[in-house]
Design a binder for this molecule. Structure first.
Ligand SMILES: Cc1cc2nc3c(=O)[nH]c(=O)nc-3n(C[C@H](O)[C@H](O)[C@H](O)COP(=O)(O)O)c2cc1C
Ligand code: SF4
Ligand code: SF4
Length: 279
């Protein structure tokens, strides 16, 4: 592969960070790389590229629907290589089958699905990792990406292994998609906290937040990307039934990774992830 296009979706910046590290690593190996945000790309093109990447955050053990819908719009692959890059908040194997639907779409469009690489990044929903853990996750990804980029370029990614329980989880968790649309209608803005910056309105990837007649209105298209609530500078957005697991505020990735203390939650999986040479 010499000329690669990577289409990415990133709700709160983690996947974008990883995609940019890949662009650097591919570039260092002499490949030309173009990055495109799925949100602002109406008609995907793969013309002139010999490799296509799709990067996404795992949502409910699946590829987010905004990404699978986008993949359905890809032109015919004519045997081109297509690989996935994904981020998730935890290293559980239940995330392993998240690219299943994406790989099927790619194959049905005539691409060769060559595999995926998976990076653990801090949660933007569920609970807040410490800044030191966030820094350790990013540092781990930085260590691994140059070698992973080499494997993608050489076509030597390991074969995909979709454990049965992960496959079952992806099927069951598809309920998350209509669930997010319904729950999105329950989002609210606390007017006493809101500073009126309109970052939420401008940033929503599906235009689901309107400010009309002095009031915020949340529509029925929410994809649960967490961008509005995570990025609100006043922590003024409540997220309906998901509010108890909301995370607000950017991580400080410049914290000291050596200070990271792995908590009780999924301790073994995190320890294994950090210890593995290649995830
Ligand atoms: C709606 C939603 C569902 C999520 N589901 C999972 C999940 O099933 N497994 C997981 O490990 N992380 C899950 N996460 C965490 C994100 O995958 C993780 O924080 C990711 O790095 C966010 O990437 P982004 O900043 O590019 O959006 C979920 C996050 C959101 C907002
Ligand atoms: S991002 Fe937060 S502070 Fe800014 S307008 Fe939206 S709710 Fe208000
Ligand atoms: S309303 Fe918030 S969580 Fe829902 S899609 Fe828009 S930015 Fe994402």
């Amino acid at each position: 592969m010499q000329n690669i296009i990577i289409y990415y979706f990133s709700g709160t910046g983690n996947t974008k960070k990883i995609t940019e590290l890949f662009a650097e690593a591919f570039g260092a190996r002499g490949a030309k790389v173009t990055l495109r945000d799925i949100v602002s790309c109406e008609a995907p093109s793969v013309e002139g590229y010999d490799g296509v990447g799709i990067a996404y955050p795992v949502h409910g053990f699946n590829t987010p629907e905004i990404v699978t819908d986008f993949a359905k719009k890809l032109p015919c692959g004519d045997g081109k290589a297509l690989f996935a890059i994904k981020t998730s908040g935890e290293p559980l194997r239940l995330n392993d089958a998240s690219s299943l639907e994406l790989s099927r779409i790619a194959i049905s469009k005539g691409y060769r699905f060559t595999g995926e690489r998976h990076y653990v990044m801090p949660y933007n929903m569920v609970f807040r990792h410490s800044d030191a853990m966030a820094a350790k996750m990013l540092a781990t990804a930085k260590e691994r990406i140059p070698e992973d980029a080499r494997a993608i370029l050489n076509g030597s990614l390991p074969p995909l292994d979709y454990p049965l329980r992960a496959r079952i989880m992806t099927v069951l968790c598809k309920i998350e998609r209509p669930g997010m649309r319904l729950n999105g209608r329950l989002y609210r803005v606390d007017k006493d906290k809101c500073i009126g910056c309109m970052k939420c309105v401008r940033g929503c990837p599906v235009g689901n937040i309107k400010f009309e007649d002095g009031k915020f209105r949340f529509g029925g298209n929410c994809i649960g990307c967490a961008r509005c609530a995570f990025g609100c500078p006043a922590n003024a957005i409540t997220t309906g039934l998901l509010n108890p697991i909301k995370v607000n505020g950017a991580y400080n990735f410049n914290a000291d990774p050596d200070e990271a203390a792995i908590g009780a939650y999924c301790r073994k999986s995190y320890e294994k992830y950090f210890a593995d040479k290649s995830e």
